[in-house]
Design a protein around this ligand. Structure first.
Ligand code: FAD
Ligand code: SIN
Length: 546
């Protein structure tokens, strides 16, 4: 087992981790640990763009109001204000790094797009592959930085806190000293010891059967933080994107909201436009409303999908504006300049997360979090389109600014950190059974904790997932580490935490709709749902030294 000591340990190489890394590298050594190749992340697949105030007819206050209204009363104004006001500077920084966003015909200004819930055009984009452009430029810049080392195919298993150093600890502050990390090429668990650890592990869409998220999005950061005693909030608010390609081999490929922003219309199988029945903003209502409307329409008609009609955009414009979507649909023999796109909703974005302050600081000392894994208070009960990349950029910058000011004063991690003991037993036949659990969890979540919920469905899901969670935990303690096992353990944990948050919210608000309490309840429920393991339970839940 090797031990690496660095100043800053960053878990994840999406927009949040890379942004933080580039800033922190001016003040110390940085290790970026990422579980696949460096570009593989939700960021890399982002299509629509980054929302920010650049338009002449726009204002900070309008963007703030749109975000607050979409958040259904739970977004924190202070956090939203920071994100909106600091956004343009962060986007211009990406341009300085070399990011090429689509410009207006005049070649001077951004070509600003429109998306649901926005009262003005404010989506900065690189055609329909914005995330790939951001990831490309950030990875390139990070690779050229001598203070940054990127460890690909390394998966963080658990955070190192005093509960590993002194398992008898039952009280006091919890400090983070780095992480145990599995190197899947060398099949070894190593210690990454750091003064500061940043969780930038992204989302958790893989907990659902149908999701726009790539395979990496297994909620590892949330599960690790939970096991370390950090505070999580609002996990019931999983955002379902209304429009993903309905095709057996398309793996919920996203059809960007920007397509509706450019004029596309949703129709049911009979060809009728239906969105205006649900909201006067029609196709450009916020996502919770559009996804819910599609779900209601499908239940009413018994159809398997609805359709996006792109004809208002114009056949010649479609491949220019949406080259990725056009090409992908052609792979499935669908010419979207002539045909309607069959679409269904799929799990897309975790609005809740690991609670941080406005500098990315969590309640665990020296542990920070940014990006989709974090809960800054911006998104409340529903995220406004294209605010996610913006939030990640703004708050990872703030976290880096805050932490680099005090890095000199932070003591080095302890000299003795117990090595990983992987003297477990391994029975391949059992593993086959356990590996089926991943699919089972994802199905359960889709069927019982989806767009429409009820007390009955949630308790059924809880009972079943609890059982799987326990089985996986038992198995985890007996078996040597693999990437699949780490992910399965985290998926089971996060699924259970989502169900628990959903059961706590006895109302319908934003992305959480339950037939038992179909209305929002502003008197009793205008607050976050909080999950935090009590310190006295921690050694039991988090022990990873077998
Ligand atoms: P990610 O970009 O997901 O990065 C997480 C990183 O952590 C990855 O490198 C991953 O490999 C790594 N990781 C995870 N677990 C571990 C572990 N245990 N050990 C080591 N590494 C780990 N938002 C917008 O604002 N605009 C859009 O247009 C937009 N379009 C989207 C389209 C799609 C298809 C998807 C899926 C999302 C979209 N989003 C969009 C959401 C947005 O892309 C994400 O919320 C955002 O990119 C998250 O950035 P992040 O840095 O927090 O996480
Ligand atoms: C999209 O392009 O529709 C995704 C935008 C987002 O997730 O904000």
């Amino acid at each position: 087992m090797a031990r690496r000591d660095i100043d800053f340990l960053i878990l994840g190489s999406g927009v949040a981790g890379l942004t933080f890394a580039l800033k922190a590298a001016q003040f110390g050594t940085v290790a970026i640990v990422t579980k696949k190749v460096d570009i593989e992340s939700n960021t890399n697949y982002a299509q629509g763009g980054i929302a920010s105030v650049f338009g002449k007819d726009d204002s900070f206050e309008l963007h703030i109001q749109d975000t607050l209204s979409t958040g259904r009363g739970l977004s924190k104004r202070e956090a939203v204000e920071i994100m909106v006001r600091e956004g343009p500077e962060r986007i211009m920084e990406l341009v300085d790094f070399g990011a090429q966003f689509t410009l207006h015909e005049d070649g001077k200004y951004f070509d600003l797009g429109m998306e649901g819930g926005h009262s003005r055009k404010r989506i900065v984009h690189a055609r329909d592959y914005t995330g790939n452009e951001i990831e490309r430029i950030l990875v390139k810049t990070a690779r050229n930085n001598p203070n940054i080392t990127i460890y690909e195919n390394h998966i963080a298993i658990d955070l190192i806190t005093e509960h590993q150093l002194k398992p008898e600890t039952k009280s006091g502050n919890i400090n983070c000293y780095g992480a145990y990390v599995y190197d899947s090429n060398a099949d070894k668990v190593n210690i990454f010891a750091a003064k500061i650890t940043l969780l930038a592990t992204g989302g958790t869409g893989q907990v659902y059967l149908h999701t726009t998220n790539p395979n990496i999005a297994t909620g590892d950061g949330l599960a690790m933080a939970y096991r370390a005693g950090a505070m999580l909030a609002n996990l019931e608010f999983m955002q379902f994107h209304p429009t993903t390609l309905y095709h057996p081999e398309a793996e919920s490929f996203l059809i960007s909201e920007a397509v509706r922003g450019a004029g596309a219309i949703l129709r049911n199988k009979s060809g009728e436009p239906f969105m205006k029945k649900y909201d006067e903003r029609g196709e450009l209502a916020p996502r919770d409303i559009v996804a819910h409307a599609i779900d209601a329409e499908l239940k009413k008609t018994g159809d398997e999908c609805v359709y996006l009609d792109l004809s208002p955009i114009g056949a010649s414009e479609i491949p220019v504006k949406f080259p990725q979507i056009y090409k992908k649909c052609l792979e499935f023999k669908l010419d979207i300049t002539k045909e309607l796109i069959p679409v269904v909703p799929a799990a897309h974005y975790m609005c809740g997360g690991l609670v941080t302050d406005l500098q990315g600081k969590t309640l665990v000392e020296n542990l920070f979090a940014c990006g989709e894994v974090a809960y800054t208070g911006v998104h409340g009960a529903n995220r406004l389109a294209s605010n996610s990349l913006l939030e990640a950029l703004v708050f990872s910058h703030r976290a880096a600014l805050h932490v680099t000011k005090k890095i000199e004063k932070i003591p080095s991690p302890p000299i003795i950190i117990p090595p990983w003991d992987d003297s477990g037993t391994f029975n391949a036949e059992e593993w086959v059974l356990i590996s089926h659990d991943r699919l089972e969890i994802r199905r359960l979540m889709w069927d019982y904790v989806g767009i429409v919920r009820s007390d009955f469905r949630l308790s059924r899901a809880e009972r079943r997932i609890k059982m799987i969670h326990q089985e996986v935990e038992n198995f985890y303690r007996k078996r040597s580490i693999t990437e699949e096992l780490v992910e399965l353990r985290n998926l089971a944990t996060v699924a259970l935490l989502i169900v628990r948050c959903a059961m706590m919210r006895k109302e319908s608000r934003g992305l959480h709709y339950t037939t038992d309490y179909p209305e929002p309840d502003d008197i009793r429920h205008l607050h976050d749902t909080i999950i935090q393991e009590s310190i006295s339970n921690l050694p039991g839940v988090m022990t990873n030294i077998k």
